[in-house]
Structure formats: C-alpha cells, structure tokens
Design a protein around this ligand. Structure first.
Ligand code: GCW
Length: 691
C-alpha cells in the first residue's frame, strides 16, 4: 500500500512538473506576496488583482490599481504604470480592462527583468484585436493542425471545459480582445437558438477577460435557417429576419461584437446571388447591428474563375465601392492579394480604399507554411506586410498606418488573425508555434514592436520560468536567431524567387507543381501560377501581362513593373522570365532557382542544428518534441527541392549545377505519389516517405 502511494505521489509530481507546453508563456512565479489594492470592484479588475496577488514577488510592496478619468486620452484599453519595484507601483486606466492589461504588462516586466523603475504609458494601435477560429460545429477545424476545436458544442451549455477560461486568460495577457468562434465557411446552424445559448456561455466566460464574442454568418441564413424564399439583402422580410435574429443574440449576449462574413467567395452565398453588391449586403447587416454597437467584418477574399488574374480581383471588386459602406462595416483584407502564401506582396487594397474602414487579416495557422510540423516564426512576415509602404498618401503610408487610423479616419480600427489553436495539450501542435499566437497579440497591440523584441520576450517567458537565468542568457541568442530566420527558410524551399501556390491541391502541405486535375478550376491549379514552359517561368503581372502592378501606387508600381528593380524575392510573382534571364547575382535564372532551392535545404538544416544547440538549456520534453519536428521539416525541404527542380528541369532542359546537392528522389515516383492528408489532419509523415 505504501509503495502504491509512493508511486501515485511520484506520478502526480511528474505530472505537475511535466513540461507539456500547456502553460504557454504564462509561467510567472506563483509565490506572490505583494499587497494589491484597487479603488474599484468588478469581475475584470478582480482578475487583475488575483493575478498580481498570486504572482508579483515583493513582500510588503504595494500595487495599486486605480480607475481614473484622468487617463481617458489613452482610450479604454490604455494604461499608465509608474513606481518602483522596491517601494510600490501604481497602474491607472479609465477602464477595468486597461487595468487588467496593465497587470499583465507588469508581470511580463517582472519576468523579463528590466530594472527597478517603471514609467510606461501604453495604448493599443488597433481597437479590435481579434482571433478568427475556422472551427466547425462538428469540432473539425479548417486548416487547423492542433487537434480539434476547443469548443465542445455537444457538451455546452451544461459542461464547461477549464480550457475556455485558460484560453481567455492567454488572450487577455497579450491584449487580444475579440474572438470569432466559428469558421468563415459558416454553417447557418450557428444562429439556431440552441447554439446561441451555447455561444452565450462562452461569451460569459470570456467577458471578464475583456474579450468580445463574434460569429461568422452564412449569408443564406434567412433561407437555410429561417425558411424564407430568398436571402436578398434588399428584401424586407430578409431585413426583418436578421433584425429579429440580432435581437435574440443581444438578449443573450448584450455585448456581442458582431458578424464576420465571407460572401460570394469560393462557392459561398452572398448579395451578388441576388444582383446586389457587397455594399448592399454588408450595409443591411450593419444596419441591424448598429443599435447595439455591433460591427460587420466583411471579407475581401473574393475571386472568380474567369480570365482575370486572381490577384487583381478583390481590388477590382471593392475599389468602386469605396465610400459606400456604413461606418460600422470594416473590410477585412488578407495580407496578400492571393492567399496567405509564405511570401506575398501586400494587397493593393491597403491604402486604396480611402473612405472605407479596412483591417488586415493574417493567418496564424500555417496552412501554407508546413502545418504544425515546420517552424516558421511569422512576426517577420507580418512586419514585412505592416511596414510595406503603399505610397497612397505619400511616402510613409505603410500598411500599418493606412489601417490603424493614423492616415484615414476610421470609426473602428481592427486586425484579425486566423487562430492556430486546438485541443492539443500544447495548444498549437508545435511548441514553437505558440510564438505566433503570442506575436499576433503583441503586434496587434503595437505594430511598432520588432519581430526580435517580441521573440526575445516570448523566449524568456516561455522557457524562463523553469530554467535558471544563466540558461536563458545562453538560450536566448540561439533560439531567437533560429526563430528570426525560420520563416525565410520556409519561403526559400517552398517559394523561391516569388514562385507561388505550387502546393499540392487539397491540403497545401507539400509541392505539386505538376498537378493537373481535369475539369478543376484553373485558378486552383499550380500551373496557373508558375506558368513554366520551355521559354521560362513566372506569372507576368507586369504592364505587358495582367498589369496587376498598376493596382499599386507610384513609385512602387514602376518598381515592380521592371524586373531590374523588382526585388528578387518576389520577382516570379510579377514576371515571366526566360530560363537564361540574368539575375541580379549574375547567374542565369535556372541556376539561381537551383541555388535558391538548395540554400532553402541548407537553411532548414541550419535551423535543425541550432535547435540541437539549445538542448542543454531547456527541458528534455519540449526539446525532444521539437527536435523530431525538425527532422520532418528538413526531410520536407529536400522533398520540395527535389520535386520542384526535377519538374521544372523538364522545361528548362538544363543541368542542375554540380555543386548543389544531388536529388534523392525520382520525379516519377513523386508525381504518382498522392499525399493523403485531409484538411483536418496533421501531415502523416509515414504516408509521405514510406510509400
Ligand atoms: O486559403 C483558403 C483556404 C480555405 C479558406 C479560405 C478563406 C476558410 O484554403 O480553407 O476557407 O482560404 O480564407 O476563406
């Protein structure tokens, strides 16, 4: 009996200290001993007090949380913190949420060890910082690689998973203040009363953490759910149906955030089915939400299988509607004009819509960046987009500034990230992918932070608590180098020189530049994008081709139009170049392509080596799990290089330079190989390589 007890005890100790990644970056000490007081009471400030009491180290130190109108200028989420670690610190804000954000700032500050004096004043760049979950009611997650959906629809509203609150806390700690619970490919059923009662429970849990709940809606809901004969936005009954639905929602969730809508895109219904415009559709919903201060996030991800270059279509569709949207409509625009490729130029809609609110949409889940197998720290990619100059109102009109209200007045400013979260114990399917959730929140709060600032902070918070200071000092430079170079490595072996969308049809994991499905939509086929032929490769979007360059403002349009000035890392996005075209390096294009793929493989190996270097400085569990992911990533990089080079060689008809690595695969075998990965599964690597 004693033995058994001992075993149970040992097991529970191991369990408590197992580094399974479930605690994310929230590893503050739990020996708090400060005195925390506040001049107000409330559910949100109570969380701030609880967090600080539990985690702020400083016996006898007073921490004071004050709600005061004096800091109104910082907006409702902003705060001021000042004081001294030794003598006492005060946080002031005009709202409870501001106090909660201040508390998390303080805990981060304690953890990252920045000295004794504190004197900061913070307010977010975007008012609405929102996660989009592509979660379905059956708990599958579209493009999700971290298990099932967190939302247990079958058990709600009665059974409540402790993960709901943990999720809210993690988001609040990085300033995320909104969540769209369900997939933009929305089932009308989400709006049934039964489901809304479940949504209410989640909203109630998220509310004290400052998080508003939103839903994606299907534009045909009046027909599909309500039984009406039409969903025409200008039809009176349709309007009344939405009005009463919205009333029901606000009865249950008085601070409901609003709707996200994917309409007339990839087969989903929308106002154009009734001869109406996107503005007609969005405004009808905006009008019914307005009395409750709800908003509509209307996606600009639209393209049709016609002769027009897919990359141009969203701009063509939305620019003529500029100025026609209500002030509670925000057009949600993916960072690039095609679809979350590892590198895209920014969408030309940024800055071009001058009288319409617009918000960036980033993809945190790695649909086109190796799922949860590859390491790709995405803050570098998002910064590339946010810092891009649109020139729309002169030099310095960056994507960040044309969306955050600095240049154009917007009633609401917002930013969205497609979540990479699921039921996996470590939340994201890969320990290092947690950094992307973290980075999205931090950039949404302050897009001026650098990718490097954010990763250093994340490393200290995520690996710091369980390790000694000395370890963190050793770990930080290696891991931060790895993370900062990781996305470029993925770009280099997946889409060198701007080659894009050559992913395998269906799952978007591996390469399939040869893919040809008779009768399939051409703009879903890799050949539509790479256009390889005996003369050369690349999509001609110059003024001699589709002229997509003309959608960018001068001088960028001219820069992109000329291959001599267009950056090499995106050159085949904008140009079809001959195989012997002389690149800026002096090499012919074919050789450059070979060298670039090869350097992608080398970069993947380098990341793998860097990871092995961190072994002495982190726990064995996370080390091993990530190490095995790097094996997969490196094998995949070789697969990309071999598959693409051997295939494109059929067109270039030139040898692969001898000083790059020999291929280890046969093209015919690669071509006949069908990767059987469904959207909802992780890539099964045995399927990939053992065939
Ligand atoms: O990239 C495509 C994805 C779809 C997704 C769509 C979108 C939710 O492959 O799975 O659907 O984008 O953003 O609407």
């Amino acid at each position: 009996m004693k033995k058994l007890l001992l075993i149970v005890l040992l097991l529970s100790v191991t369990y408590v200290y197992a580094e399974d990644g479930s605690r994310l970056w929230l590893r503050f000490s739990s020996n708090g001993n400060a005195q925390v007081t506040s001049n107000i009471k409330g559910a949100t400030v109570d969380i701030a007090i609880r967090e600080l009491r539990k985690q702020w180290i400083g016996a006898g130190i007073k921490l004071n949380l004050t709600r005061t109108k004096e800091v109104n200028t910082l907006g409702s989420d902003g705060y001021i913190i000042n004081g001294n670690r030794q003598t006492g610190i005060s946080i002031s804000s005009c709202s409870e949420t501001g106090l909660l954000y201040g508390a998390y700032y303080l805990l981060r500050w304690q953890q990252t060890g920045l000295g004794d004096e504190i004197n900061v004043s913070e307010s977010p760049r975007y008012n609405l910082r929102i996660l989009n979950h592509w979660d379905n009611l059956d708990r599958t997650v579209e493009r999700g690689y971290a298990g099932q959906s967190l939302w247990e629809w079958d058990n709600l509203p009665s059974a409540i998973s402790p993960r709901y609150e943990a999720y809210a806390r993690a988001n609040a700690s990085i300033g995320i203040n909104g969540t769209v619970l369900n997939n933009v490919n929305a089932s009308p059923k989400i709006l049934s009363i039964d489901n809304l009662e479940k949504v209410k429970i989640l909203a109630d849990i998220f509310r004290p953490y400052g998080i508003k709940t939103y839903l994606s809606v299907n534009f045909s809901s009046p027909t599909e759910l309500g039984g009406l004969s039409t969903s025409d936005p200008l039809n009176k009954d349709v309007h009344l149906w939405w009005k009463s639905k919205v009333k029901d929602i606000y009865k249950l969730i008085p601070d409901f955030g609003g709707f996200l809508v994917k309409a007339n895109s990839e087969g989903l219904p929308g106002p154009q089915d009734f001869g109406r415009t996107h503005a007609d559709g969005a405004n009808m919903l905006a009008d019914v939400l307005k009395p409750y201060k709800g908003i509509v996030m209307w996606r600009a991800f639209v393209y049709n299988p016609n002769d027009e270059d897919r990359a141009k279509q969203a701009y063509q569709e939305f620019v003529p509607l500029d100025g026609q949207f209500r002030d509670n409509v925000i057009i949600q625009v993916k960072n690039g004009p095609v679809d979350f490729q590892p590198r895209e130029p920014f969408s030309p809609l940024f800055g071009a819509l001058k009288r319409t609110s617009i918000m960036p949409e980033f993809q945190i889940t790695q649909e086109y960046l190796g799922f949860s197998n590859h390491t790709a720290y995405l803050a570098t990619m998002w910064k590339e987009c946010l810092d891009s100059d649109t020139y729309q109102q002169g030099k310095g009109s960056t994507v960040a500034r044309v969306t955050d209200g600095s240049i154009y007045p917007q009633k609401y400013t917002a930013i969205a990230g497609v979540a990479n979260i699921g039921t996996d114990v470590n939340w994201c399917g890969h320990h290092l992918a947690q950094a992307n959730w973290y980075a999205f929140g931090r950039l949404a709060w302050n897009h001026e932070l650098t990718a490097e600032d954010i990763i250093n902070e994340w490393i200290t918070l995520t690996f710091g608590a369980s390790e000694s200071k000395a370890n963190i000092q050793n770990l930080n430079p290696i891991l931060s180098k790895l993370m900062l170079e990781s996305r470029e490595a993925v770009v280099t072996y997946m889409m060198p020189l701007g080659l894009h969308h050559i992913f395998a049809f269906g799952h978007h994991y591996g390469p399939e530049p040869w893919c040809d499905i008779p009768g399939a939509r051409q703009d879903w086929m890799p050949k539509y994008y790479h256009k390889a032929d005996v003369n050369g490769i690349g999509f001609d979007r110059s003024s001699k081709g589709s002229n997509a360059v003309s959608q960018y403002h001068s001088p960028l349009s001219e820069e992109l139009d000329d291959p001599a000035t267009c950056s090499d890392n995106i050159i085949l996005w904008f140009h079809h170049l001959s195989w012997d075209y002389k690149m800026k390096s002096g090499r012919a294009l074919w050789n450059e392509l070979c060298y670039t793929y090869d350097s992608g493989v080398k970069q993947a190996r380098f990341l793998q080596k860097l990871w092995d270097e961190v072994e002495p400085y982190i726990d064995a569990e996370r080390f091993r799990e990530v190490q095995s992911k790097f094996k997969i990533q490196t094998r995949d990089a070789v697969w990309w290089k071999d598959g693409c080079l051997l295939y494109f060689q059929e067109f270039s008809k030139q040898p692969i330079p001898y000083n790059i690595e020999r291929s280890i695969h046969e093209l015919d075998k690669m071509k006949s190989f069908q990767m059987r990965i469904s959207n909802h599964e992780k890539a099964d690597i045995n399927q990939l390589y053992n065939k």
